[in-house]
Write a protein that binds this ligand. Structure first.
Ligand SMILES: [Zn+2]
Length: 144
């Protein structure tokens, strides 16, 4: 997954603004790279609750770029976020494990209040026993 955050950073690095006086020379670069990593991590581990990752990342990093580069920044961010989401749709379990170092878990909570430990199905993040929760969620979304 980090190939996506690194690719975004590499393409955008030449456009990053110089840091404010007094800050270390690389501070803006570190902020941009970190923001890219945070979004990729969240996408890999929590994509069902992460509605607009490209928009989120763009808003996080745009202060580090001059006005003249904002269009370019948005293009790069949306392009790679599309790729990352496509990759995730195909390899959800691998992507999650790469980022978190652990296998994914079902999104449901058991009757005892603990997180369900079963392996979720990739398309909705619930294990086979908790598929009814995904159906309820879809209806709630449709009703909202
Ligand atoms: Zn479950």
């Amino acid at each position: 997954m980090y190939q996506f955050s690194r690719a975004i950073y590499r393409e955008l690095a030449p456009h990053i603004l110089a840091p404010p006086p007094g800050a270390t020379a690389t501070s803006n670069h570190e902020q941009v790279l970190r923001a890219c990593e945070v979004v990729v991590e969240r996408l890999a581990t929590d994509r069902h609750y992460f509605a607009r990752p490209a928009r989120t990342l763009f808003c996080d990093i745009r202060p580090y770029f001059p006005m003249s580069s904002q269009g370019r920044v948005f293009q790069v961010v949306s392009g790679y976020m599309d790729l990352a989401q496509r990759f995730l749709a195909e390899h959800p379990v691998a992507a999650y494990a790469l980022v978190s170092g652990a296998p994914p878990q079902c999104r449901a909570t058991t009757r005892k209040g603990a997180a369900c430990q079963r392996i979720p199905l990739p398309h909705n993040g619930y294990c086979p026993s908790h598929q009814h929760l995904a159906d309820t969620e879809d209806r709630e979304l449709a009703a909202a």
